[in-house]
Write a new protein. Structure first.
Length: 197
């Protein structure tokens, strides 16, 4: 029986388990948010929070202790610099676990493990910010509405019966656009016949 035995084995040997937790910690400090299984997230939280508590006091011993578990010097510098400045005086609870549901392949419970103070500041992967997408969508909707209204106006104009005044205006417009041609006597005759009628 495993009474009072702390932690999860995660189906790994001790050295493999330690390596997994170290890589999760490094990834979390680099990206500020990671997606993993729920069991790994819970175990990583137990592993990472003491590292952050150690990093709050900047000393050689604490830097060496953290560097023992995180093998990237830039990440260690970022932890003691940017991350600790953002965390400030928070007395604990640096991480948040958000459950996502089951994975399709093997139905494993998935979760997001993130730094609480960096939840809004996590850099997005390839893509544009949502604001630009929203404005583009709004612009497309407005453009569609403008097209629809212009089509409706065109249809209304087509449906209206043409009066004699509009016919004369159309005729004048076509005369102006086409080069002037010599006048025929047939046009005069047709006008004379209209007047007599």
């Amino acid at each position: 029986m495993r009474h009072k035995v702390k932690g999860r084995k995660l189906g790994r040997t001790a050295s493999h388990r330690t390596a997994t937790l170290r890589s999760l910690a490094t990834a979390l400090f680099r990206h500020k948010k990671i997606k993993t299984t729920l069991a790994k997230a819970k175990q990583a939280k137990i592993f990472i929070e003491p590292l952050i508590t150690r990093a709050k006091v900047d000393s050689v011993a604490n830097r060496r202790y953290v560097a023992r578990h995180i093998n990237d010097k830039k990440i260690v510098q970022e932890l003691f610099g940017e991350i600790i400045e953002k965390i400030g005086d928070r007395p604990g609870g640096y991480l948040r676990i958000v459950k996502l549901g089951q994975r399709l392949g093997d139905a494993a419970e998935m979760a997001i493990l993130e730094l609480v103070d960096f939840s809004d500041a996590a850099p997005r992967k390839a893509g544009k910010p949502k604001k630009e997408k929203d404005t583009k969508v709004k612009e497309a909707i407005v453009a569609d509405e403008v097209k629809e209204t212009s089509k409706e106006k065109i249809d209304e104009v087509k449906e209206e019966p043409k009066t004699e005044a509009t016919k004369e205006n159309d005729a004048e417009d076509t005369d102006e656009s086409v080069e002037e041609k010599p006048e025929d006597n047939t046009e005069d005759k047709s006008e004379d016949t209209k007047e007599t009628k």
